[in-house]
Ligand binder design. Structure first.
Ligand code: UPG
Length: 453
């Protein structure tokens, strides 16, 4: 006799940084609308202020969602240098991983008993053994593109001595080595590479891998995953509108589709020389712009005044046509504003899918990690132009203002990108709308939980 569970209980375990937290948050209303009971396990304390504020908004807006904290040890990392990365967010992944033993009692104490756990990709290697011991299905949420997932599952291919210019991954188009951040290629002991390789291997034991993507932009990659576990495309996850007192008064005064929005996501700081050159380039482009400046990776450390970063004289020129801020702006609201016409982006996967969702064409300037792989994908679908000669964000070469100005003018003057962005927006919304591919995949997933005992 078959049994059913009409109100499955699912726990979500995000890791560190807004790029990883945001897609988990977006999943919540979709699951609660299917009568799924949700518990969110939040590593505590969070590294950034934006994570802690987003979580407060989440639990205020969804009082039916249960919060459990995973208390992290402080001070965070104490030992072998090999475990430390230069990036505070990767170090935080490691701290959460080392606290995973706390999950066993936490998961077994939840009531009603869990139907499944959904775990961030960066925690797969330590959490899957725990859920295996509890015989609890564990789905991995991969927060980047399906193309990036193909590399993540084959990270060991980076060490293949036969690979000259390309990384070969069976079934997928080869990935140029120049798209891989140099530390991952050059340093066999790179901490991030070691644990991403472990996570990629372990993910194969999960019950399924959820990806915030959809068939019409990544159909080929999605088809190429033909072995277990299933790869389930559930995106692009629509943004959630929280109540905020965000003032976009400056944008409200600008003509329709006249503003270039410039942002490098939640955790990418560019060098001070590059900040000045970017300011110069934006001014020289003659375009209106709204620019969110980040001087430090972690928002709590970002204390320098804007004028000290940009300089008084340049700041005066910037104000003629632009608005520059250092505080967090709700990007989703910015991208949906009628005055925003283009987006200069670092190519974080959430930013790209948000721009697609709102039909905003992009100038692509990948800075690190998965971002060149993402930039290629967006360029191929015709929604953006990748400034390839600008290189990685941490390169010592500063891209000059004049070059930035020329490229901004070239991209914003090309109407093709805007037309194409409108078509791709339409496809994205269809994928997520009733009867769309991602809509169906999510329904099937929830149904499978409801049908299990
Ligand atoms: N955001 C805001 N306001 C800001 C800055 C960011 O709302 O002022 C939001 C933005 O809308 C997005 C998120 O923060 O939802 C940022 O995510 P993303 O665009 O993916 O960039 P990162 O924060 O850099 O994300 C990390 C990696 C990126 C990767 C992503 C998902 O840097 O390369 O694709 O995680 O794995």
């Amino acid at each position: 006799m078959s049994t059913s569970n009409l109100n499955p209980h699912i726990a979500l375990l995000p890791s560190a940084g807004m790029g990883h937290l945001t897609p988990f948050i977006r999943l919540i209303p979709l699951l609660t609308s299917h009568n799924v009971k949700i518990t969110v396990i939040t590593p505590h304390p969070t590294l950034s202020i934006s994570e802690s504020e987003s979580l407060s908004e989440l639990f205020t807006s969804f009082p039916q969602v249960t919060r459990k904290q995973l208390h992290l040890p402080l001070p965070p990392l104490d030992d072998e240098p090999s475990s430390k990365s230069q990036d505070p967010f990767y170090n935080r992944f490691e701290v959460i991983r080392r606290s995973s033993h706390l999950l066993l009692p936490l998961l077994s104490s939840l009531s009603p008993p869990l139907s499944a756990l959904i775990t961030d990709m960066s925690l797969a290697s330590t959490v899957i053994p725990i859920t295996n011991s509890l015989q609890l299905p564990n789905y991995i949420f991969f927060t980047s593109s399906a193309k990036m997932l193909s590399l993540f599952l084959s990270f060991h291919a980076l060490d293949d001595p036969k690979a000259k210019d390309f990384i070969e991954i069976s079934g997928f188009e080869p990935i140029p080595k120049s798209w891989i951040p140099p530390p991952l290629l050059d340093d066999a002991n790179n901490a991030m590479k070691i644990y991403f390789t472990e996570c990629g291997k372990k993910m194969k034991e999960s019950s399924g891998i959820l990806v915030n993507t959809y068939e019409s932009i990544e159909g080929e990659s999605l088809k190429a995953f033909n072995s277990l576990p299933p790869v389930i495309a559930i995106g692009p996850l629509p943004p959630i509108k929280f109540e905020r007192n965000q003032s976009l008064a400056w944008l409200d005064d600008q003509p329709a589709e006249s503003v270039l929005y410039v942002s490098f996501g939640s955790r990418t700081a560019i060098s001070r020389e590059q900040i000045k050159a970017l300011a110069d380039g934006l001014v020289k482009s003659g375009k209106r712009f709204l620019w969110v400046v980040k001087d430090k990776k972690v928002d709590r450390d970002d204390e320098t005044e804007l004028v000290d970063l940009i300089g008084e004289e340049l700041m005066e020129r910037v104000k003629e046509k632009g608005m520059v801020v250092k505080n967090w702006l709700n990007q989703e609201e910015v991208l949906s504003h009628p005055a925003v016409g283009w987006f200069l982006s670092h190519c974080g996967w959430n930013s790209l899918t948000e721009a697609i969702w709102h039909g905003v064409p992009m100038l692509l300037w990948p800075q690190h990690g998965d971002q060149k792989i993402n930039a290629d994908l967006v360029e191929r679908i015709g929604v953006g132009m990748w400034a390839k000669s600008w290189g990685w964000g941490d390169s010592v070469v500063v891209v000059k203002g004049d070059e930035i100005a020329d490229t901004v003018r070239e991209m914003t003057g090309n109407e093709f990108f805007r037309l194409r962005a409108a078509q791709v927006q339409d496809d994205a919304r269809k994928a997520f709308g009733e009867g769309g591919s991602s809509y169906d995949r999510l329904n099937d997933l929830v149904d499978s939980w409801k049908c299990s005992p």
